[in-house]
Design a protein around this ligand. Structure first.
Ligand code: SF4
Ligand code: SF4
Length: 288
């Protein structure tokens, strides 16, 4: 751990991913997620303040939520590292979801429910693993203070965004549909933990927040527009209200009645698009 904390953290996350907790909870007990990708960002990165300016004063910097979690500690922002991870959908889940045009496939809906429950456990597991090493850590999404908000500039928002943490940690850039396009594609979920530990920040191989999106970078593609059953994506971007109405309305009712469990999910814009399983235009992408 002491010699190579980045490797230690990555191994903790990868190992947990191989446990039975990573499950779609279907009769076959298939894993919810493939092998994760991990990145690191410094607590002093200027982007955190930029998000606060752009999204709203309610948006936390890593230092703010760390101090809210540990009020008796005196910590400087640059003593903190944000550990961010990407959990990619399995190939089978992507293949199932590709066949759908208006409502999510069962595997996809399961990944939104049981896969996200696993993601919560992973946050907890990483915090505990740090604690076992005598290192203070917190997961913003596990904080009772985390909440959804409405931003005057961005609409629906929250006090901490896993995708913004992943962007800061060099793991991907935003697409036209607001999803994060990562080296493992856009059919992913993200998570993060903040720890009082020094880990070298992952290089951000981009400056433009939309660098990997073909529409933004080349003026082409726009395939996610056609995939959306709610007309929530246009050339102007992603209408979060329309998307949420669909996800919390039609899609929620469908999942309950068809699959028999309570979950919110759609994600049709995340598959059957060039950014599904890699950065579009890059060699070596497995879109199969
Ligand atoms: S489908 Fe095309 S336009 Fe939409 S996010 Fe992906 S690359 Fe961008
Ligand atoms: S999640 Fe569904 S409703 Fe929302 S933008 Fe994507 S395809 Fe449209």
């Amino acid at each position: 751990m002491k010699n190579d904390p980045a490797r230690w953290v990555t191994k903790v996350i990868e190992k947990f991913n191989t446990t039975s907790d990573n499950s779609l909870m279907n009769p076959q007990n298939e894993p919810a997620w493939d092998k994760p990708l991990v990145g690191f960002a410094n607590g002093n990165d200027p982007l955190w303040d930029e998000y606060k300016r752009h999204i709203g004063d309610f948006y936390w910097t890593p230092h703010e939520i760390f101090e809210l979690t540990f009020p008796s500690l005196s910590v400087k922002p640059d003593e903190l590292t944000v550990i961010s991870w990407i959990l990619p959908q399995t190939k089978q889940t992507r293949l199932d979801q590709r066949k759908e045009n208006s409502l999510p496939s069962e595997r996809w809906a399961r990944s939104r429910k049981y896969g996200e429950e696993y993601n919560m456990k992973l946050r907890l597991h990483l915090v505990k693993s740090f604690n076992d090493e005598g290192i203070k850590a917190c997961a913003p999404l596990l904080s009772p203070l985390w909440k959804q908000m409405v931003s005057t500039s961005c609409g629906l928002a929250s006090t901490w965004s896993e995708r913004h943490a992943a962007y800061t940690a060099g793991l991907g850039t935003f697409g036209l549909c607001d999803g994060l396009i990562t080296p493992l594609g856009k059919a992913v979920r993200c998570g993060s933990v903040i720890a009082r530990i020094a880990i070298k920040a992952t290089e951000r191989p981009y400056e433009d927040p939309h660098a990997y999106c073909l529409y933004h970078s080349e003026g082409t593609c726009g395939k996610c527009i056609l995939r959306c059953p709610a007309d929530a994506i246009t050339r102007e971007g992603h209408d979060k209200n329309k998307c949420q109405q669909y996800v919390h309305g039609v899609a929620h009712e469908f999942i309950k009645s068809k699959f028999g469990f309570d979950a919110y999910g759609c994600g049709l814009c995340q598959v059957e698009v060039p950014c599904e399983s890699g950065i579009p235009g890059k060699k070596g992408i497995d879109n199969g």
